[in-house]
Design a protein around this ligand. Structure first.
Ligand SMILES: Nc1ncnc2c1ncn2[C@@H]1O[C@H](COP(=O)(O)OP(=O)(O)O)[C@@H](O)[C@H]1O
Ligand SMILES: Cc1cn([C@H]2C[C@H](O)[C@@H](COP(=O)(O)OP(=O)(O)O)O2)c(=O)[nH]c1=O
Length: 211
């Protein structure tokens, strides 16, 4: 039985997710909570191999192949890491999860939303994150932050229009699931964004305490 909590972090590339993930993990640890940090695509040996292929700029694939590989990696991730850790009472924090498939493959690549929903249902059944932090930034800002860091991967090399569609799809998901997805204005400083994350976390802890 699931007794831990599942938090996912989402946003376009350069939104500041990874920065906030480290801060959030430290915050939970300070509270004495057992934390498992993981990421998608990846998180398992097979998932990391799939990640290498999915991010490789020299690889081309059909958009549905891309979606199926994302969900294949996720199936493995749930089985080997997420579900066991939640059953153990850990707080699992994942750098991206299924909302990214709706945003990137649905919004970015234009895949059918209903097909993605079928894959979600197949792979997750009823399991959903307890809290999703969506870091919202304008595309230009995300691109500026990424370009100063490293050479772009297969997604980061996409044009501005692609990321605009990704952002719109994230906001569509946030509208669809307002109780789960917390939209955070990630244009702010690292400290201000972190304060918003902390607030969302305290709200989740309050809900748990009241249960
Ligand atoms: N709130 C922020 N303000 C300014 N720069 C930021 C902020 N958050 C992250 N950064 C910087 O932007 C770059 C991308 O951040 P990162 O956390 O790796 O983003 P993501 O994981 O969403 O791609 C890094 O150089 C990071 O230091
Ligand atoms: C989980 C997931 C990620 N992605 C993409 C989004 C990112 O561009 C990429 C890898 O994510 P990420 O780990 O954020 O990359 P980085 O470490 O370079 O910040 O995979 C999808 O397209 N669909 C998905 O379902």
């Amino acid at each position: 039985m699931k007794s831990g909590k599942f938090i996912t972090l989402e946003g376009i590339d350069g939104a500041g997710k990874s920065t906030q993930l480290d801060l959030l993990a430290a915050l939970l640890q300070q509270k004495g909570l057992p934390v498992v940090v993981t990421r998608e695509p990846g998180g398992t040996p097979l998932g990391e191999q799939l990640r290498t292929v999915l991010l490789d700029q020299s690889v081309t694939m059909h958009a549905e192949t891309e979606a199926l590989l994302m969900f294949a990696a996720r199936r493995e991730h749930l089985d080997k890491v997420i579900v066991p850790a939640l059953n153990d009472g850990s707080w699992v924090i994942s750098d991206r999860f299924t909302d990214a498939s709706f945003a990137y493959q649905g919004g970015g690549r234009g895949l059918n939303w209903e097909k993605l929903a079928l894959l979600e249902q197949w792979v997750q059944d009823t399991l959903q994150p307890d809290l999703t932090l969506y870091f919202d930034v304008p595309v230009e800002l995300g691109q500026q932050r990424v370009s100063s860091v490293k050479t772009p991967d297969r997604f980061e090399q996409e044009q501005k229009n692609f990321f605009q569609r990704v952002r719109v799809a994230y906001l569509r998901r946030a509208n669809q699931f307002p109780a789960r997805i917390q939209v955070i204005d990630a244009r702010q400083s690292v400290t201000a964004v972190s304060a918003a994350v902390q607030q969302a976390l305290e709200k989740l802890i309050d809900v748990i305490t009241d249960e």
